[in-house]
Write a protein that binds this ligand. Sequence first.
Ligand code: GLC
Length: 524
Amino acid sequence: MIYHIYPLSFFDSNNDGFGDLRGIMLKLDYLKELGVDAIWLSPIFLSPGADCGYDISDYYTIDPKFGTIDDFRKLREEAHHRNIKVVLDMVLNHTSNKHPWFIESASDKKSLKRDWYIWKPGKENRKPNNWKTAFGGSCWEYHKGTGQYYLHSFLKEQPDLNWRNKEVRKEMFRMLRYWLEEGVDGFRFDVINFIVKDKKLRNNSFLHWMNSSRKLRTRNHPRSYKIIRSLRKLLDKYPDKMSVGEIYTLPPGDAKLSASYLANGENSLHLAFDFSLIFTSWNARAYYKVIDRWQKSIPEKGWPCNVFSNHDLLRFYNRSRFGFFKKEKARIIALLLMTLRGTPFLYYGDEIGMKNSSVPLGKMKDKLGKKYWPLYKGRDRSRTPMQWNSYPNAGFSVAEPWLPVDKNFAEVNVESQKENPDSLLTFYQHLIMLRKSSAALHRGNWIALNNGSGNLMAYMRTTADEQILVLVNFSPFAKHYIYPLKSMDKLLLSTHKSSLGKTFHSKINLRPFEGLVFKLNEKE
Ligand code: GLC
């Protein structure tokens, strides 16, 4: 189970309002108790912060907000000591415009680093082509100093590197080796499917949004796959390293495209995100379709991963389409995440049911939020400080936090849920323990027993020696499912505490929003 930490918001050890590496270190025992196997840290490198760290100005230096390289080493050591692996978020597609490479590149058309970025002559107000950034608006920014445009797939403060340039590749691989030598266990590769663009910079079709990102000349270029193969080769030189790629597709959730980045499971990424579940409406049939498609897309030797929330796409807890019964639905999401086939990625705070906050415009840090407010209120909503207890600032910091803590922290916090046997946190702990103790849940097949009809999902997870049955009632009404349970079969877990100890027969009754996990053929 991989736990995604947004370091700015996890725990502030020096009371400057920003979460930091020592803060994460102080919470490792909490993570261990939860059952975390690895932590993925959103970027911790030196950054002017135009995109909260996803604009890196020095890949070798830890941003002082987060601490020092010694803090990093200590965190890695302490994590490893607890058998927790450390995965770093690596932004290869672009740097900050304050990175010395870009400053040099922009200094002169003849600069030795000119070709490290993507420059194109053109008149002011006549953009080189119609490419649009992922955040809206043109990909091209006019640079007065040298009278040319540079390409940026995200903010203008994030110029795209030219991965066709050999020196860029060499330098980036050198940097990755540095962190591998530092003992990191793997990388989450940011927007890795953006890394190579059409060489001739041909326009995108005007109708591209009606098709899919497969047609975009700015993403999923065949050469990206080649680069990924060499990234994998590099990782394979070290024992036990992993990679997960952010494959953001348009329309969201092109599972096949995400899975194409797993190739045959050997010379590609270890894991790739498919964000379909994040965009799925709340009903068992819709979930079944998405899960089935994702599972079927995975190559024979590949392995899926599952994710319901992140720092860009918000938290599942009160994503608007989830509507009412949020608490019940949160338990079902937990059950799915931990019983589906694939490595679970859990976003910090989801284990206690933190919600998307409302961050007022004046306190917003995310430029997207500011740009599109009030239509879109930005990504800060899912980046608010972790709620540890009911003390001021939810125990995150003594100083004023960089983003406001959600108002619900007095009720929703780690401390209040820790000792409560009925809390979401305790439920997560049980689920994770269960997953760890069961080979079938951990690495078994996924076999759908129905297609989600009747708003109820039924599936099995199986290995040669073990069979697990999972039933999930997505509806606010009682349901039943017919399955010939034998007397030796055992209920391992329920979203509703009082189901435990009950006897089930062939007609298995499920209460509204109830999820059940059975172990079949348990010897008496
Ligand atoms: C990824 C990150 C996101 C960032 C973007 C540009 O999508 O998850 O936070 O804004 O890349 O680096």
